[in-house]
Design a protein around this ligand. Structure first.
Ligand code: NAD
Ligand code: UDP
Length: 338
């Protein structure tokens, strides 16, 4: 039997590329649609090495309805995993129109063509950013939704659109996945996260300090009401996240429905704990200084992942040490291979 083709929008990006590997391992054939605005075309060759076969790939934009029609016309595709989008919180405040255009209008374009072609299975990349500032850990799917920036609002808008679409067609099967803090990389070191410019996120900043691209880490605040005063997050290995998508896809194949699920480990780590774990896993010293809090940061945020465990039979298995070691392995190779 031919493997099922899964359209993976944004499949060349950080989470999408790891999910393509997990999909191939589970016997699916990913078809990537990506405009490479935040990824490199060379990832396709590296995916071919990891997957055994090159992934199907179309270069283009999710806002291009004619292109998506052509894809569904050319390939028999029952399911879509929708990663493509813009994800930098700070940038979303400066360029809200661009964020609503790509994240919301782009999703609408995709969903409209899926409807025309009768494609009913969808996994959507949402974010813990939909919970906003008033979050009290652990976050349950029913926790208050109050995004505090255009990025988070764009994710919540799409979640709401999907609710309406499910009510329009209860034979559809939709899973909205709210990710916590993905870090790490494939253990091969062939794919990983490639932030452009100065990294906003903690782990890429740490690995760039470790490799000597940056002098020291600035830790944003040590006066939070947490174990050591630095902010606490739920870091999850990107391969655990990728496997969560395969489990969600299999759920959509079993039954119709609309689900919203946190993908996190259920464990919080402070900034200093992550720095220490990185130093222990890699033997590298990470110089740091404490600076002022970053606007918009909350003290602590971690997931209650029990709904995903129950509904998907999925749980994160990789520990902080593995996350750090794999991030470092990727950083060491990245400058040679991308
Ligand atoms: P990424 O930027 O690495 O990947 C996104 C991919 O989408 C990139 O390859 C980019 O080129 C592509 N893309 C962007 N705009 C496009 C467009 N208009 N048409 C086609 N392709 C387009 O990001 P990621 O970290 O892999 O995130 C994937 C998804 O998960 C995003 O929707 C993001 O908002 C969401 N998410 C990410 C995180 C995180 O911390 N990385 C957390 C929560 C949610
Ligand atoms: N952080 C930091 N220095 C950095 C980047 C991040 O101290 O250079 C902190 C940030 O304030 C937050 C945590 O690390 O408390 C995780 O930040 P990140 O941007 O990776 O993820 P977020 O949870 O904000 O989406």
């Amino acid at each position: 039997m031919n493997p099922k083709i899964i359209l993976v929008t944004g499949g060349a990006g950080y989470i999408g590329s790891h999910t393509c590997v997990a999909l191939a391992q589970a016997g699916y054939r990913p078809l990537i649609l990506d405009n490479f605005s935040n990824s490199k075309t060379s990832v396709i060759d590296r995916l071919a090495t990891l997957m055994g076969d090159p992934p199907l790939c179309v270069e283009g934009d999710i806002r291009d309805a004619a292109l998506i029609k052509k894809i569904f016309h050319d390939y028999c595709c029952e399911s879509v995993i929708h990663f493509a989008g813009l994800k930098a919180v700070g940038e979303s405040v400066k360029q809200p129109l661009q964020y609503y255009d790509v994240n919301v209008a782009g999703s609408l374009t995709l969903f409209a063509v899926m409807k025309d072609f009768g494609i009913k299975h969808l996994i959507f990349s949402s974010s813990a950013a939909v919970y906003g500032e008033e979050k009290e850990p652990p976050l349950h799917e029913e926790s208050l939704l109050h995004p505090v920036n255009p990025y988070g609002r764009s994710k919540l808008m799409v979640e709401e659109i999907l609710e309406d679409l499910y009510h329009m067609d209860s034979h559809s099967s939709i899973v909205r996945l709210r990710y916590f803090n993905p870090i790490g990389a494939h253990p091969s070191g062939l794919i990983g996260e490639t932030p452009s410019g100065v990294p906003n996120n903690l782990m890429p900043y740490i690995t760039q300090v470790a490799v000597g691209i940056r002098k020291k880490l600035s830790i944003f605040g040590n006066d939070y009401p947490t174990v050591d005063g630095t902010a606490v997050r739920d870091y999850i290995h990107v391969m655990d996240l990728a496997e969560g998508h395969v489990a969600a896809l299999q759920k959509t194949e079993r039954s119709s429905g609309l689900s919203t699920l946190n993908l996190g480990t259920g464990r919080g780590s402070s900034v200093l704990e992550l720095v220490e774990a990185f130093e222990a896993a890699t033997g590298k010293n990470i110089p740091y200084e404490i600076v002022a809090r970053r606007a918009g940061d909350v003290a602590a945020c971690w997931a209650d992942p029990s709904a995903a465990q129950k509904q998907l039979g999925w749980g994160a298995t990789r520990d902080l040490r593995t996350m750090c070691a794999d991030s470092w392995n990727w950083q060491l190779r990245a400058s040679f291979i991308i």
